[in-house]
Design a protein around this ligand. Structure first.
Ligand code: HSE
Length: 412
């Protein structure tokens, strides 16, 4: 029997979904064993020159009222009207696939519950890591694992900027300008450079890995605006790369600690080797040890590929998949306070006596850099919690040592 598909929003991703489906339709039908038709595209605009011009509709009711539409892709972006439209589709028993991380991070719990009540599915593989399969591996292939951490480079724009600072000697502003010229960064780059985009994505991965909805407000988030060119260089000389790392850890007390911040990543950690606009996600589980997922985190066809993967699986399903869900516990008790965050730290300070620093920090790594500008670069020898870090900062101030930059270290 013929099943119909629909797409909400004919922007970059939505048009990519339609075009990739039409290009590979025969292959998709053969592999899925289903007869499929891209029936409707909801958009306020007309696209008279496109081959799909006759599929454009202006009213969601057309899609909701057609009983043959089995699956809808939401590619509109933003929370409203996407939330209202997606909820209406799910209430009509139509499964939804979305690329919209803002929607999943802020309303995922409600939409997953709505899907369950209506025996359909709300999938979002494209919302994290673009083309990279990470949602499905987490809840299917790795279903037998207890997870201890998920850490990733989840924003291509900031990774491009940091990489240009390291390799092309560009400062933050010049690298951002280049990212905008190449079409990676938006005119208003806030969501990328201030870490909000990566925050939404780690909220989704945290919720899925640990089963409870994590909202963006619960995640300490710092972007890359303050990263200085000289620190990307000194970090490199000490064997680290500064990367915007979105991470969630399961602590010994059973609470989780999600964070987004620039970190000095050890060169033995594969995340330090992820360059340009690429994304990568490292998953730690008791069965697998470590597994890494790598690929294109954004773009028209990479994202469309993930949306279509979801849509085609949804057509084949007759009920909600229990593993691909989480609950809203109406509490943040399961999330640890940032005060419990521990790490070694990279420091750039005014000139200082190594013996004094070793005393303050317990120990510092052997390898240090003294600059012509009378600055000292070093990494602490021991892991510090936030209280220990604050005490150390007070001692530094008392000794007249100025802290010019400081990054937590991500070990291998
Ligand atoms: N602005 C995002 C990025 C796009 O740079 O990774 C994909 O979510």
């Amino acid at each position: 029997m013929m099943k119909k598909l629909a797409v909400l929003g004919c922007g970059v991703v939505g048009s990519g979904v339609v075009e990739l489906f039409e290009k590979n339709k025969n292959l998709i039908q053969k592999r899925s064993g289903m007869e499929l038709e891209m029936a409707y595209i909801l958009d306020l605009r007309d696209f008279p020159d496109k081959p799909y011009a006759n599929k454009i509709v202006k009213d969601l009711q057309v899609i909701l009222n057609d009983p043959d539409v089995a699956v809808v892709a939401e590619c509109m972006g933003g929370v409203e009207p996407a939330f209202t439209f997606v909820k209406s589709c799910l209430e009509a028993g139509k499964s939804v696939a979305t690329s919209n991380k803002e929607l999943v991070a802020s309303k995922g719990d409600i939409l997953l519950q709505t899907a369950k009540e209506n025996h359909c599915n709300f999938f979002f593989e494209a919302s994290v890591g673009g083309a990279i399969p990470i949602i499905r591996p987490l809840h299917k292939c790795l279903i037998a694992n207890e997870f201890s951490a998920v850490a990733g480079i989840l924003n291509g724009t900031t990774n491009f900027i940091l990489n240009k600072m390291i390799t092309a000697d560009m400062d933050f502003s010049s690298a951002l300008k280049l990212a905008q010229e190449k079409g990676y960064a938006e005119k208003d780059p806030t969501a990328d450079v201030d870490g909000h985009d990566a925050c939404r994505k780690i909220c989704i991965l945290s919720s899925l890995a640990f089963g409870k909805h994590v909202y963006p407000e619960s995640v300490p988030t710092k972007g890359i605006r303050e990263v200085e060119l000289k620190d990307t260089k000194f970090c490199g000389q000490l064997g680290y790369a500064i990367k915007l790392i979105a991470r969630v850890q399961m602590l010994e007390n059973g609470k989780i600690l999600p964070t987004v911040m620039p970190m000095a990543v050890e060169e033995d950690n594969l995340l330090s080797q992820v360059n340009g606009v690429y994304n990568a996600v490292m998953v730690r589980g008791d069965g697998i040890g470590k597994a890494m997922f790598y690929g294109r985190g954004a773009g028209k066809f990479p994202t469309a590929s993930a949306v279509l993967g979801d849509m085609i699986e949804e057509v084949q399903l007759s009920d909600t998949i229990p593993s691909q869900t989480w609950e809203n516990v109406n509490s943040t008790d399961f999330i640890e306070d940032f005060a419990k965050f521990t790490a070694k730290y990279y420091f750039r300070t005014s000139a200082a006596d190594i013996a004094v620093l070793s005393e303050i920090f317990g120990a510092i790594d052997e390898k240090t850099i003294s600059t012509d500008e009378d600055e000292l670069i070093f990494v602490t020898g021991n892991v510090l919690n936030r209280t220990e870090l604050e005490i150390a900062m007070k001692f530094l101030a008392q000794k007249g040592i100025q802290v010019l930059a400081q990054y937590p270290v991500l070990t291998a």
